[in-house]
Design a protein around this ligand. Structure first.
Ligand SMILES: NC(=O)c1ccc[n+]([C@@H]2O[C@H](COP(=O)([O-])OP(=O)(O)OC[C@H]3O[C@@H](n4cnc5c(N)ncnc54)[C@H](O)[C@@H]3O)[C@@H](O)[C@H]2O)c1
Ligand SMILES: O=P(O)(O)OC[C@H](O)CO
Length: 399
């Protein structure tokens, strides 16, 4: 149930409404198909919840085909069964989102782009991204470059993409946001959706908000808003792709810092200070990278709200807490494997990527919290250094 002070978005459409006002395909009978096909690339904890949200809407909205295809990085479960087979049999992602029905119109597909893997649930030669007009990317960020390379020449050139991925790549030329990686490799426009979105809470339909960041096409943003919105998931569009995406990316570094504070029992005031300093570094770093980033973006769900939720209840916080409790003696990789059963942290690698940017540009002293998180993660500083170093007065003029 949405709070009374917010208006729940409309979830009805007329029969004539079309996503881009252009036909998507002409079928064998010569009939024009105006409906969009949605494919979700990724099927982890958030990927599965995203598929559930979308699938509930494609059944209701006339401008979408009911079926939502979900690409699954195939794995064999302890039972010996393939994950895709289990998802399609019980309509649940038994590994990454057990106990939650995804909707019968979610079809798990292990074949991302190759016609040579036999396709079980449809015609042979089909694959997950084939024919999709709307591509939703939601994998851990470290896998996206490889996925993009595999998808070159395999997606429709008029497809629209959205990234739910919180992370970035760092290249020789500098930082590269995941939406840019997608756009550059695949030659298609890419929006983003970020927010205070702990997947397990949305899975059981507890109220949450999210932010869609779009570049210039408002009607595309509205199409994404329609596809994701439910009475318990309120989505707001903002014309600031970089600002929205950097919020989602950088908050994971702040979450690691918050976890250290929890692991050391430093208390709520210290954690609030970490959140405040972290948000300030997020704003400064984003604006230094992209002067177009708007202040108002940090007051959307993707900004301050995500910092709060991730520092209270996220996986990055949880594993960082264990790291600090163990005095930094057990590695993040070991703790992640033990505590998350295949789910992936984004904060440790993002801290490294941010550190690379900071050191390359001579900004290390300007971002004491970001820099210290990385130094602690790699064992150059003890977890207790998080407060000593973060207390330095930032020197950036943008503060
Ligand atoms: N879980 C959340 O609460 C949440 C909420 C908002 C955003 N996000 C973001 O969504 C993105 C995806 O996270 P998630 O929670 O859906 O995933 P996850 O961490 O739950 O699961 C890991 C996924 O990676 C896949 N995988 C493992 N090895 C792979 C490989 N070599 N190639 C491709 N895929 C591989 C696994 O099959 C699994 O689907 C991340 O950027 C995350 O920050 C997560
Ligand atoms: O569990 P985390 O730390 O990956 O955070 C989950 C979401 O990003 C919170 O919005």
């Amino acid at each position: 149930m949405a709070p009374a002070f917010e208006q729940v978005p409309e979830d009805t459409e007329t029969q004539t409404e079309t996503p881009h006002n252009t036909p998507h395909t002409v079928n064998n009978d010569g009939q024009v198909d105006y409906k969009s096909r949605v494919t979700v690339v990724g099927s982890g904890n958030w990927g599965s919840v995203a598929a559930k949200l979308i699938a509930s809407n494609t059944l209701k909205l006339n401008s979408f085909h009911d079926e939502v295809r979900m690409w699954v990085f195939e794995e064999t479960l302890q039972s010996g069964e393939k994950l895709t087979e289990v998802i399609n049999r019980i309509n649940e992602n038994a590994k990454y989102l057990p106990g939650i029905k995804l909707g019968k119109n979610v079809i798990a597909d292990p074949d991302l782009e190759n016609a040579d893997v036999h396709f079980v649930y449809g015609e042979t030669g089909n694959y997950a991204v084939k024919d999709a007009n709307m591509l939703v990317f939601v994998t851990p960020h470290q896998f996206m470059e490889g996925i993009c390379k595999r998808l070159v020449g395999k997606v429709r050139q008029d497809a629209e993409a959205i990234s739910l991925i919180k992370g970035m790549e760092v290249k020789m030329e500098g930082p590269c946001m995941i939406s840019t990686l997608i756009s550059e490799h695949l030659g298609i426009n890419c929006s983003v959706l970020m927010g205070a979105n702990i997947a397990n809470e949305i899975a059981v339909e507890k109220f949450s908000e999210a932010t869609v960041g779009y570049r210039d096409k408002r009607e595309i943003a509205e199409q994404w808003v329609r596809l994701f919105s439910t009475p318990y998931f309120l989505v707001t569009p903002v014309q600031d792709v970089e600002g929205v995406e950097l919020c989602g990316t950088l908050k994971n570094v702040v979450a690691i810092a918050a976890g250290f504070v929890d692991g050391l029992d430093m208390g709520n005031n210290t954690k609030a200070a970490i959140m405040r300093i972290g948000l300030r570094e997020m704003i400064a770093f984003s604006k230094l990278l992209f002067s177009s980033v708007r202040d108002s973006t940090f007051f959307e769900s993707c900004g301050v709200a995500d910092v709060i939720t991730t520092c209270l209840g996220g996986r990055n916080r949880k594993v960082a807490e264990a790291f600090a409790k163990n005095g930094g003696k057990r590695s993040f990789d070991e703790l992640e494997a033990e505590m998350l059963q295949g789910q992936k942290l984004q904060g440790v690698s993002t801290a490294r990527e941010v550190y690379e940017v900071l050191s390359h540009r001579g900004w290390l002293e300007l971002f004491p919290l970001f820099a210290t998180v990385h130094e602690i993660c790699v064992g150059r500083l003890p977890p207790s250094a998080i407060v000593e170093h973060s207390e330095q007065k930032p020197k950036l003029s943008v503060f």
